[in-house]
Design a protein around this ligand. Structure first.
Ligand SMILES: *Cc1c(COP(=O)(O)O)cnc(C)c1O
Length: 465
């Protein structure tokens, strides 16, 4: 295979990819027409592709490369562990030092009372674990009927049957028989798109109180848990109004409903603290982790579990686990990532340098005629595109058309911003410097200008009726 590695002409790589590789969340036939982009290298915040472009990655891969690309220490950590013990399971009365050390380190970093870790290979797997764990917890407490889980529309919790069902993406639910029974969805706290004329604070309370109503409707004795991302990521970086989470917390406590905070994006510095729960003032019983846990250098996820649940689950055989739960190489890589985050004071860099600089740049981009506002929390942000800033109007044409055009314009300007519908998403490596944020600003402005010109040219700037 080494012959394949970046040595074939791009067209040949594209042809082979189209012939054999089925991409996730993609219409593969369309991709074949368009030609896939071949990414060959990464260093710091930059990617290279097979055509030699130097692309600033304002998405950290897929929200995960928090420490940036090309870290020698991560390579060494993986190599050392592969030589020593590439694999062993943690099922049969056995363990190994990487899993021990990583679990202990996570317990140290997590908020008080969250001291136990169940490992998975990904965020999706971890959320499936959580679903089974909270149900098992209540069953062991003599309340097997307390099994329903409430989530939110437009949430993202993964793509497996359990996690995809807890997620609230309607286009995912259209395929493959989701959601599975026992999962319910309330509206999201998306003031920008759904708040209308209400004040954000009022809107936040109103959306939180939907949880109260849903619990009452189902009966609190039947509701196991509420699951949510502190700040919705894949849904479009939806930062809830300040009133939202305190009210959610109060409602869950009132009804004795567990809180699962899905920290897969928010965790490991993205919001300026170790966990989004700390930034948003949430006291979760379980936190889902993945992505930034290893900065994407190896696939690993998990659940950080509170003492109370762990005590109950640890008293029985929990018939659940993955071959790669606590995989030694992935665990060693994740541990090295946590060491780098700490030794380089990357959270301080986020709080004192990167997040303020990003904020400043976003405020500039937010003045662009195509941009209707700025949603930002630390190092995750979105810019909603709109044909009419004052009314936060949607486009008359299909949602996502303008967003897609803008994403392509970004690529053409050597910048990765993802689009979710008509929102442009920004989630750069946490180590990004102010100079690199300036490069981001220049390229993003150019991409917005190009998109605006193209939309205007094609008379596509009409607001929805
Ligand atoms: C990405 C993501 C997941 C799923 O993680 P995978 O590793 O892709 O399975 C779950 N929750 C959130 C909030 C995510 O962003």
């Amino acid at each position: 295979m080494s012959i394949l590695s970046n040595q074939l002409p791009t067209a040949e790589l594209q042809a082979l990819d189209a012939a054999h590789h089925m991409h996730p969340f993609t219409t593969n036939d369309e991709l074949k027409e368009r030609g896939v982009r071949v990414i060959t290298r990464g260093k710091g915040v930059y990617l290279s592709d097979s055509e030699g472009n130097q692309i600033l990655d304002a998405m950290s891969g897929l929200w995960c490369v928090n420490i940036g690309y090309g870290r020698e220490r991560m390579v060494q950590a993986a190599a050392r562990q592969m030589m020593e013990l590439p694999f062993y399971n943690t099922f049969f009365n056995t363990t190994h030092t990487p899993a021990i050390a990583l679990a202990a380190e996570l317990a140290k970093l997590a908020p008080e009372g969250l001291n136990h870790v169940f490992f998975a290979g990904s965020g999706s797997e971890a959320n499936d674990t959580n679903l089974r764990m909270v149900r098992t917890y209540w069953a062991e407490k003599g309340q097997p009927q307390k099994s329903h889980v409430i989530s939110r529309k437009n949430a993202y919790h993964g793509s497996s049957m359990g996690s995809g069902s807890m997620g609230g993406m309607s286009y995912m639910h259209e395929q493959g028989g989701m959601p599975i029974p026992g999962i319910h969805h309330i509206d999201q706290p998306d003031w920008w798109a759904e708040g209308g004329d209400s004040a954000p604070e009022d809107f936040g309370l109103e959306r939180a109180r939907q949880l109260d109503a849903k619990i009452e409707e189902l009966g609190a004795e039947n509701v196991a848990a509420f699951i949510a991302e502190p700040v919705q990521g894949a849904g479009g970086v939806i930062v809830p109004p300040a009133t939202y989470w305190p009210e959610i917390q109060r409602i869950c406590e009132k009804h004795n409903v567990l809180i699962i905070a899905d920290e897969v994006i928010c965790g490991f510095g993205r919001t300026g603290n170790w966990f989004g729960s700390q930034t948003l003032g949430i006291k979760p019983h379980i936190m889902t982790i993945a992505k930034g846990l290893s900065s994407g250098y190896a696939p690993i996820g998990g659940s950080i579990v509170c003492d109370e649940i762990a005590e109950v689950i640890n008293a029985v055989e929990f018939n659940h686990g993955y071959t790669y739960s606590g995989h030694p190489v992935c665990a060693a890589v994740a541990l090295e990532n946590l060491h780098i985050l700490q030794e380089e004071n990357i959270l301080d860099h986020v709080r004192d340098v990167a997040a303020p600089a990003l904020r400043e740049t976003l405020d500039v981009l937010g003045q662009h005629p195509l941009v209707g506002g700025v949603n930002v929390c630390g190092m995750m942000a979105s810019l909603p595109l709109t044909p009419h800033r004052e009314s936060r109007a949607k486009f008359a044409m299909d949602t996502g058309t303008a967003g897609f055009m803008c994403r392509e314009a970004c690529f053409a300007n050597d910048l990765v911003m993802r689009h979710v519908g008509d929102r442009m998403i920004i989630s750069p490596p946490l180590v990004i410097t102010p100079d690199e944020i300036d490069v981001f600003r220049t390229r993003a402005l150019k991409a917005l200008d190009d998109t605006y010109a193209a939309l205007k040219d094609k008379d596509m700037l009409k607001p929805a009726a």
